[in-house]
Design a binder for this molecule. Structure first.
Ligand code: GTP
Ligand code: MG
Length: 185
């Protein structure tokens, strides 16, 4: 954090974006940062980075350093290194593939066991993204109530139905996460 004489604040936050293979992490980030989308699938190897600058209010700039971690990495040994000093996370699943929702709890447990913040070692805030909502949710039968309860039980700050293709709720979810991080700061 930087505070200058005029009371202008700049924050730099490291945010993790995790979730199973092909759930749309890279697409969500590309939409959020560059406002582009492609149906072409190129799996991430290891980790990629992107920076999103948000003019939060006239006195506050928030820089999000987004760590786009390959879905493959859940089976690797690098996540502890990648998670270091993160202050927030997004976990994605694909509403057309139930197995990717089942993996959400595994990603959450992985994060909670490897990264904390503050002197009390609190878990970092994590938001859940139900992605590819443009494809319809026939395969995903959970109601909004079920999802609220799921978030409570697994300590997510909230969940959003997103689409990188249709640019749905990505900005909203990110802002929601940043609000929680600013509160912690
Ligand atoms: P890994 O890097 O392998 O872990 O995958 P990823 O989670 O980064 O997924 P990626 O963003 O590469 O997307 C995988 C495929 O899903 C691509 O073909 C995307 O075009 C497609 N996709 C991503 N988001 C959406 C979405 O919201 N709607 C639809 N219809 N397709 C999407
Ligand atoms: Mg990717």
């Amino acid at each position: 954090q930087d505070n200058d004489d005029e009371g202008y604040n700049e924050y730099l936050y490291k945010i993790l974006v995790v979730g199973d293979i092909g759930t749309g992490k890279t697409s969500i980030i590309k939409r959020f940062v560059h406002n582009i989308f492609s149906m072409h699938y190129k799996s991430t190897i290891g980790v990629d980075f992107a920076l999103k600058v948000i003019n939060w209010d006239p006195k506050t700039e928030v820089r999000l350093q987004l760590w786009d971690i390959a879905g493959q990495e859940r089976f690797g040994s690098m996540t502890r290194v990648y998670y270091k000093e993160a202050v927030g996370a997004m976990i994605t699943f694909d509403v057309t593939r139930m197995s990717t929702f089942e993996a959400v709890a595994k990603w959450k447990a992985d994060i909670d066991s490897k990264v904390t913040y503050g002197p009390d070692d609190k878990p970092i805030p994590v938001v859940l993204l139900a992605n590819k909502c443009d494809l319809g949710k026939d395969a995903f039968v959970k109601t909004a109530n079920d999802m609220d309860k799921y978030c409570k039980d697994h300590n997510f700050i909230g969940w959003f139905e997103t689409s990188a293709k249709d640019n749905m709720n990505i900005e909203k979810a990110a802002r929601f996460l940043v609000e929680h991080i600013l509160k912690n700061d």
